[in-house]
Ligand binder design. Structure first.
Ligand code: AMP
Length: 565
């Protein structure tokens, strides 16, 4: 992996193994909170970081802490406290992702609602990084008060949320069990008096890190946001593009992989589109921008880095598929439209956990970013008909009398009406696109090929955190999910990579014991702590019944229908 692929990260003195993990995940450069926090944490200072979800705060502490781990010492060195088990799992997955190139480094997640035995075993087997919710960690401390004596660095993640959930006392117990000499890093979206009091008592001359928020004006640009769940993003993007009247459009995503995924999705749906990311050689990037300028491309899907300084007057729309890290980069992004005094339109997809970031953006820009709804089938159909009419108008003008006569002749030969002839030609022109309400409603967007294994990494962390209570519900899938094909449902098993399960094992078990044809099984996604399998809805109960006793990798499969929302 060359240094250029990790851009600004290379200057931050992170461990080379961490750098190459970041490069594999596809981050192009540090987010503002990372740029500021990483040197402070690497230098060993205590720190208070004011940042909310979505700013890249997890990597802001995980990357420097991993860089300071000693893999040879098989005992807890870093403790990360989180308010919920969902966040604990998410942070643990992130730490695993960033330590893939560090053999011997182990991460354990310790949270309520799961048996204590395996957690304790993992702790005693020498995990260097412990990600825990305070309540459960205290339960462990009651059994073994020396559990944390080797910890050198502590992170309190979402400290304000921890206090809201009533973990104050537990946190105090944990502080008592940690060595005095430790380094302490506290992240919090807000800094109420209670948090400042904790910092006062337990942090030593902490450095403060906060992203400066300068007010910026974006008056020429009409802004709107759409609330979506992460797995609905591809469908939402397609629907929005159908109804928005754009000349050229730039879509922003967070990673190189996402530029490729979204560009592929749009290309399959007939758009003239290209990805634009830092992996592409400079000459190729320039060609993409040139094509956008002269009109042979209409959409570019870019990361922030790749789109820097891009000035194409044709751009009428900016579509923020992924949330920017901070209001400043939002302002930069949407400034790609409304060039040279024109007006522009900026759309922002917001997942439920990113609501707060939207509020911050509104505060900093001093403007309301109104909500729009996903266009319904009627609106999509109307937009399609209008586009067709626009495309056919110039053709009508070019049709001469001789061709009119040919039409009459063709109708005679084919024994059909002019309407039937026109409908047949239209069907060819529109290539099976639905042009009636029912058809639009039924339509499934053309998504990339099924069963495509994606690299693990940032996509695994992005997405919904779901319920916040520590003992509540199921952990949500943390990658954006492709829309399901018609007649399919997702099923979940608690077996994942950590159980030694691979997609082919699940496939084999379902085919053999479920008596299902290979073709009936859709995508299989194997995650660290669970897996998802797409199965036919029809006959699902019977199928799950047949699989009741099935074991995979020596463990009970227990496949259940998975309800995403
Ligand atoms: P967080 O604020 O930690 O919840 O992170 C939000 C999302 O940003 C996660 O999906 C990360 O994978 C992603 N992310 C963090 N840092 C970077 C980066 N430097 N470049 C691209 N994506 C990032």
């Amino acid at each position: 992996m060359t240094e250029t692929t990790v851009g600004g990260f290379a200057a931050l003195d992170l461990h080379p193994a961490v750098l190459s993990a970041i490069a594999a995940v596809g981050y192009e450069e540090p987010s503002p909170i990372q740029e500021q926090s990483i040197p402070v944490i690497l230098a060993g200072h205590d720190m208070i970081g004011q940042a909310q979800t979505g700013t890249g705060k997890t990597a802001a502490f995980a990357l420097p802490l991993l860089s300071r781990i000693d893999p040879a010492r098989r005992e807890p060195q870093v403790l990360i406290l989180t308010p919920t088990r969902e966040l604990a799992l998410q942070v643990a997955t992130a730490c695993e992702t960033y330590s893939t190139q560090m053999p011997g480094v182990k991460v354990v997640a310790v949270y309520g609602g799961a048996p204590m035995g395996p957690q304790l075993k993992a702790l005693r087997q020498g995990a260097q990084i412990v990600v825990a919710t305070p309540g459960r960690l205290c339960d462990h401390l009651r059994r073994d008060e020396n559990l944390l004596t080797s910890v050198e660095r502590l992170v309190l993640d979402e400290a304000d949320e921890m206090l809201k959930l009533g973990f104050m006392e537990d946190i105090e117990v944990i502080f008592e069990a940690l060595p005095e000499s430790r380094q302490t890093v506290l992240f919090s979206a807000t800094l109420p008096a209670s948090i400042r009091a904790i910092a006062e008592r337990h942090l030593k001359s902490p450095k403060h890190v906060k992203i400066a928020a300068k007010t910026q004006t974006v008056e020429r640009i009409e802004q709107a946001h759409l609330m979506v769940h992460a797995d609905q993003k591809p469908v939402s993007v397609l629907r929005l593009l159908e109804v928005e009247q754009f000349d050229a459009l730039i879509a922003f995503v967070r990673t190189k992989q996402a530029t490729l995924d979204i560009a592929e999705l749009l290309e399959r749906n007939g758009y003239r589109v290209s990805a634009l990311n830092g992996d592409m050689p400079q000459a190729q990037r320039e060609r993409v921008i040139e094509s956008l300028k002269e009109g042979s491309l209409d959409i570019v899907v870019a990361t922030d880095v790749a789109a820097r300084g891009l000035d194409v007057p044709r751009i009428t729309h900016v579509l923020n598929v992924d949330m920017p890290y901070d209001p400043e980069s939002y302002v930069h992004r949407i400034g790609r439209t409304g060039r040279a005094g024109r007006t522009g339109r900026a759309l922002l997809l917001v997942t439920p956990r990113e609501r707060r970031m939207l509020q911050v953006i509104e505060r900093v820009t001093g403007q309301k970013v109104g909500e729009i709804k996903l266009p319904d089938a009627e609106t999509v159909l109307e937009a399609r008909l209008q586009r067709l009419a626009n495309a056919l108008k110039p053709l009508l003008e070019g049709a001469d009398a001789a061709r009119g006569a040919v039409c009459a002749e063709l109708c005679r030969r084919l024994d059909c009406t002019p309407e039937a002839l026109a409908a047949a030609l239209l069907a060819k022109q529109t290539q099976g696109q639905a042009l009636d309400l029912e058809g639009v409603r039924r339509e499934q967007p053309l998504t990339p090929a099924p069963l495509r294994e994606r690299p693990t990494g940032e996509r695994a962390e992005r997405g919904e955190r779901g319920d916040r209570g520590e003992r509540s519900g199921e952990p949500r899938a943390r990658r954006p999910m492709e829309p399901l094909a018609e007649g399919r449902v997702r099923c979940r098993t608690a077996l994942g990579k950590r159980d030694g399960v691979a997609a082919k094992n699940l496939l084999g078990a379902i085919i053999n014991e479920g008596k299902l044809a290979r073709e009936a099984i859709g995508r299989i996604q194997v995650r660290e702590t669970f897996s998802l399998v797409e199965l036919p809805e029809e006959g699902l109960e019977r199928l799950l019944g047949r699989l009741k006793e099935t074991r995979v990798a020596g463990k009970a499969l227990r496949l259940r229908r998975y309800h995403e929302e």
